[in-house]
Write a protein that binds this ligand. Structure first.
Ligand code: C5P
Length: 235
C-alpha cells in the first residue's frame, strides 16, 4: 500500500509522516531529501544550477540511499548537510528542472516497489503515484506555518523575525505551486487536512484514522473482487 503525503513547506509533513510510517509499520520515503542531495552535489562541484543538462546528468548518476532517518549519497552520510539553509536557498532550479524531476520520480517508483510506504513531498499523489491507495494533502494557513517555524527557531536559540519568515515562506509556496512540472497541488482524490490549531499528536491520530479507513475500503474491495473471480470461475 502507498500512502502519499503532499503539502507546502512548514505544514509539519516530515515529522508527522515519519511518525505515521512508524506507527503503521510502513517504510518512509522523504522525497525532498532526494532534491537536496542533487543540489548538494552540484554545489560541491561548483556547477551552475542553471546548467540544466549537466544537473540532470548528476541526478541520474548519483546513488541516493534512504534508510529510515538517514540519507546516504554515494555512500556518504549526508543526513545533516542536506538540511543546511544554503541547500534550501539554492534548490529551486534543481526542483524546477524537468529532467531532474523525471529521474527522481523514476527512482521513487523503483524505491517503493514491493513495499508498504509512506512517501512525502509535493508531487507524490499527483505525479509519482497517481494510483496510490491513500493520498493526503497536509496543510495549514501561511500565518500558522510561519508561527510554528518561529517557535521552532526560538527553541533552537536562533533569532527569528515572523515577518521575514512569512515572506520567505510565501515565496517558497509560490515557487512550489507555480512549477510547471510537479507543481504543488492536492491530487483530485486526496483528503486535505488543515492542521491549524492541532497538535502533532492530533494530526497523527487523524492521519492514522484516514489510513485505517482506506485500508478497510481496500480490504473489502479485495474481498469483493476475489469473491467475484471465484463466482466467475465456478459458473
Ligand atoms: O520537503 P523539503 O523542504 O525537504 O523539500 C526541499 C525542496 O524540494 C522543496 O523546496 C521543494 O520545492 C522540492 N521538492 C519537490 N518535490 C518533492 C519534494 C520536494 O519539488 N517531491
Amino acid at each position: 500500500m502507498i500512502v502519499t503525503i503532499d503539502g507546502p513547506a512548514g505544514a509539519g509533513k516530515s515529522s508527522v509522516a515519519k511518525r505515521l510510517a512508524q506507527e503503521i509499520g510502513f517504510d518512509f520515503l522523504d522525497t525532498g531529501a532526494m532534491y537536496r542531495c542533487v543540489t548538494l552535489v552540484c554545489l560541491r562541484q561548483e556547477l551552475s544550477l542553471a546548467e540544466s543538462v549537466r544537473v540532470a546528468e548528476i541526478a541520474r548518476s548519483i546513488q541516493i540511499e534512504i534508510r529510515g532517518q538517514t540519507v546516504h549519497l554515494n555512500g556518504e552520510d549526508v543526513s545533516e548537510s542536506i538540511r543546511h539553509p544554503k541547500i534550501t536557498k539554492s534548490i529551486r532550479p534543481v526542483a524546477d528542472n524537468v529532467a531532474v524531476r523525471e529521474a527522481m520520480v523514476e527512482s521513487q517508483r523503483r524505491w517503493v516497489n514491493g513495499r508498504d510506504v509512506v512517501t512525502e513531498g509535493r508531487d507524490q499523489g499527483t505525479v509519482a503515484f497517481p494510483n496510490a491507495e491513500c493520498k493526503i494533502f497536509l496543510t495549514a494557513t501561511s500565518e500558522e506555518r510561519a508561527r510554528r517555524r518561529v517557535a521552532q527557531l526560538i527553541e533552537l536559540g536562533v533569532d527569528a523575525s515572523y515577518d521575514e519568515i512569512l515572506e520567505a515562506q510565501n515565496l517558497r509556496d509560490a515557487q512550489d505551486t507555480q512549477r510547471e512540472s510537479g507543481g504543488l497541488k492536492p491530487a483530485i482524490d486526496a483528503v486535505t487536512v488543515w492542521t491549524d490549531g492541532m497538535s502533532e499528536e492530533e494530526v497523527l491520530r487523524r492521519l492514522v484514522a484516514i489510513v485505517d479507513g482506506k485500508r478497510l475500503i481496500n480490504n473489502s474491495n479485495d474481498q469483493r473482487s476475489s469473491q467475484e473471480s471465484f463466482l466467475l470461475r465456478s459458473s
